[in-house]
Structure formats: structure tokens, C-alpha cells
Write a protein that binds this ligand. Structure first.
Ligand SMILES: Nc1nc2c(ncn2[C@@H]2O[C@H](COP(=O)(O)OP(=O)(O)OP(=O)(O)O)[C@@H](O)[C@H]2O)c(=O)[nH]1
Ligand SMILES: [Mg+2]
Length: 393
């Protein structure tokens, strides 16, 4: 299976320990009070925490340096310095971290869908002079400096699995939909086979959740026997939580599209044909659109009354909020079904074979030229930055 890879280079530092303090007890009627300088506080640790709703490493790009806080210095009266705050770095499930310079694997989080990993310990605080009191040295003027923290450069790697795959005949508006919901900018044009390699984009739900959408080339009849481009990309979406079937209401064959697409999927794999789905009838804005949508919906619900059938127009922005909610629900239901999300993570793990060099997408570098026909099956464009809020939607 061909993968989409995400990678981030970050520098992490644990906190320095606070210095110990040299101080003496000074009180009325207590001459020569002994040493009472407290210890410095411990520096903060660097901790990685797996958060199951995270799906990409995009936020690691905004901030590439992560530092834990230093411990506070000790003070007189045996007051200890406060401990420095830990630096907690959230990661999605399925990550692997390596030393950026040697490439050595530091930690493979594997199937874990939650938990913490203490990576760098903060420096210990230095001793205050209270520790150096002895029979021969009753007024020690020695205290220790806090220990330095540690700094490492690491590479975080993650294979990305799409949450929702778009399937549809050429020209149905798959790329237009990806363009609307995400910051991916796929080519959109009024002719079939505009999309030649898959495009991934991130639909930002909230601070806790991202959903990855995959737009793949259009599927045509006979695809499962090898016609057209779309079929070879179906494997990209075979691990997704669900599918969106895009039906073009301006196409006279609109009533049969769903069954034909389903037949092609079934010809490719039974697993894919059984996936959760939402039927999305696009181009409601065309003159016959609304009428056609009503007919299509009636027909599909007669076959299966549990099917979700939504009518939209990407051009007129109709029905797009409802569709977004339906996408979120489909993904969350699939996570809930697998209880701990292990199926999704298993998908990510299975995707762990080496990826071709050029698939290691740099997040800012989102567009790949379509590769030559021969190695087309390796290509993909990946746009992982979250869409800026307030823009368009
Ligand atoms: N009228 C109308 N046209 C639309 C709508 N959405 C997309 N289109 C047009 O439909 C054409 C095809 O859109 P694409 O998004 O490129 O379709 P696609 O499914 O990605 O097509 P392929 O990549 O060729 O498989 C473009 O000319 C779009 O402008 C819509 O809601 N209404
Ligand atoms: Mg397209």
C-alpha cells in the first residue's frame, strides 16, 4: 500500500536545575546561626503524550523548539526553589521518533493510543549550603549550581491514513469539495480526469480533532478491470473510516452512478465495498438539480433506508455545513466502534513500509508535479496545514 508520510524536525530541551543557595540564619539572640540556604528546584522534563484525536504533525511546524522551564533558585531559611514546568508535546498515534543526527530510533509509539513517554529529564537542582555543614565546617560557603538540562534534535515521523475518501466519476466535483473544506489546492477543471494523483487535505474540526480527506482520481466503468486511473488509487482509501460517494446531478446518468460506483468498488475489494458511506449529490444549483436530487434520494433510500444522502452545491455553498457534520459523525462513529481506535492505528502501522523519498511531504511544500506515467502510482499531493479559521467557512 502506498502511504502519505508526514515528518517534522524539532528541537527539545529539558529545563536546567535551579542553583543552591548560600545563606545563614540571622536572628536576634541566636548568634552564629548555622547555614540555611535551600536547594534549587528541579528543571522541567520533556514528555511526549499520545493524543488519539490528533492526525498530523502540522502543529509541530508552527513551533519547532520546545523547552521545559528551569527550576527556581534555592533561598535562605531552607526554602527550596520551585520545580520547572514540564514541556509536554502532543503527538498523534502511530508516531516514531528518531534522533535527527544519527537516525537512531528513540521511541516507536506503535499501537498506543494514549500514554506518556518521558524523554529528557530536567536537571537536578543544586544543593544549598545547608547540606555542607559538618563538624569541621560549621559555616560552609559552598552551594552547588543546578544541573544543565539536555537538548536534542529529533525527527518525528508519521504515516497518514485518510479518514474519508472521495469516490466519484470524473468531473463530479471531488476536487472542488476538497478545495472548499481544506487548504489543499487541487486542480479543478470542467473536463474529466483533471486529478491524476491523490490529494490529501486536513479538515480542521477543533483544537482536538482533524479529519483527513482524500480526493482521488475519478473512477470509470470497468475501473476494477484496470480501466482509467482511479482504481490504482483505491488502495489509498482502503483504510479510511468511510467514503463519500460524489454524484454529479448535471450528469444524465445520475440515477445509476451510485450502483455503478459501488460495483467498481466491490470488484476491487470487498472491504472497500462494505465501508461506511455518505452519498453526496453535488451541483444542486443546475436547473434540474433539486428535482433530480429528490428522485435520487428516494431511490437510494428505498434500497437502504439507513443510507445518508445529502444534496450540496459547492458553487453555491449549499448543504456544506450539514455535510461537514456528517463527515465528523462518520469518523467519530468509526473510532467509537473500534473502542480504543486500535483499528485506525493498526491501519497506520500497516502503512509502515518504507515510502518513496518524494512522498515524504514537506508541509509547506504542498504541490508535487504529476510524476511520469510509469511511477504515477507513487504520487500524491499532501496539504497538511490546517485551513485558517474564518476563511471561506
Ligand atoms: N454547477 C456546478 N459545478 C460544479 C460544482 N462543483 C464543481 N463544479 C464544476 O465541476 C467541474 C469538475 O470539478 P472537479 O472538482 O475538478 O471534479 P473532480 O471530481 O475532481 O474531477 P476529476 O478530477 O476529473 O475526477 C469543474 O468545472 C467545477 O467547477 C457545483 O456545485 N455546481
Ligand atoms: Mg479532481
Amino acid at each position: 500500500m502506498v502511504k502519505f508520510a508526514d515528518e517534522a524536525l524539532i528541537t527539545v530541551s529539558s529545563g536546567r536545575g535551579g542553583n543552591g543557595c548560600v545563606a545563614f540564619r540571622r536572628e536576634k539572640y541566636i548568634p552564629n546561626g548555622g547555614p540555611n540556604g535551600g536547594d534549587g528546584g528541579k528543571g522541567g522534563d520533556v514528555i511526549f503524550e499520545i493524543r488519539r484525536n490528533l492526525r498530523t504533525l502540522s502543529y509541530l511546524r508552527y513551533k519547532q523548539t520546545f523547552k521545559a522551564k528551569s527550576g527556581g533558585g534555592g533561598e535562605g531559611n531552607k526554602r527550596f526553589g520551585r520545580d520547572g514546568e514540564d514541556c509536554i508535546i502532543a503527538l498523534p498515534p502511530g508516531c516514531l521518533i528518531r534522533d535527527a543526527d544519527t537516525g537512531e530510533v528513540i521511541k516507536d509509539f506503535g499501537l498506543e493510543s494514549e500514554g506518556q513517554f518521558l524523554f529528557l529529564k530536567g536537571g537536578n537542582g543544586g544543593w544549598g549550603n545547608v547540606h555542607f555543614k559538618g563538624p569541621t565546617n560549621q559555616a560552609p560557603r559552598t552551594a552547588l549550581a543546578g544541573q544543565e538540562g539536555e537538548t536534542r534534535r529529533i525527527r518525528v515521523e508519521l504515516n497518514i491514513i485518510a479518514d474519508i475518501g472521495f469516490v466519484g466519476f470524473p468531473n463530479a466535483g471531488k476536487s472542488s469539495l476538497l478545495d472548499y473544506y481544506t487548504n489543499a489546492r487541487p486542480k479543478i477543471a470542467p473536463y474529466p480526469f483533471t486529478t491524476k494523483i491523490p490529494n490529501l487535505g486536513v479538515l480542521h474540526v477543533d483544537e482536538e480533532q482533524d479529519i483527513i480527506l482524500a480526493d482521488i482520481p475519478g473512477i470509470i466503468e470497468g475501473a476494477s478491470e484496470g480501466h482509467g486511473l482511479g482504481i490504482r488509487f483505491l488502495k489509498h482509501i482502503s483504510r479510511s473510516s468511510g467514503l463519500a460517494f460524489l454524484i454529479d446531478l448535471s450528469d444524465d446518468e445520475y440515477l445509476d452512478s451510485y450502483d455503478k460506483l459501488q460495483a467498481e468498488l466491490a470488484g476491487f475489494s470487498a472491504e472497500l465495498a462494505a465501508k461506511e458511506r455518505i452519498v453526496v449529490a453535488n451541483k444542486m444549483d443546475v436547473p434540474e438539480g433539486k428535482e433530480r436530487f429528490a428522485l435520487l434520494r428516494e431511490r437510494l433510500l428505498a434500497q437502504n433506508d439507513k443510507l445518508v444522502v445529502l444534496g450540496i452545491s459547492v458553487h453555491n455553498r449549499w448543504g456544506l455545513d450539514e455535510l461537514r457534520e456528517a463527515f465528523i459523525k462518520m469518523v467519530n462513529d468509526s473510532w467509537a466502534l473500534s473502542a480504543d481506535g486500535s483499528d485506525v492505528i493498526a491501519g497506520i502501522m500497516n502503512a509502515r513500509d518504507p515510502v518513496p523519498e518524494f512522498m515524504q511531504a514537506e508541509l509547506e511544500d504542498t504541490v508535487y508535479e504529476a510524476p511520469a506515467e510509469d511511477d504515477m502510482h507513487f504520487g500524491a499531493t499532501v496539504s497538511l496545514n490546517r485551513k485558517k479559521r474564518g476563511k471561506k467557512k
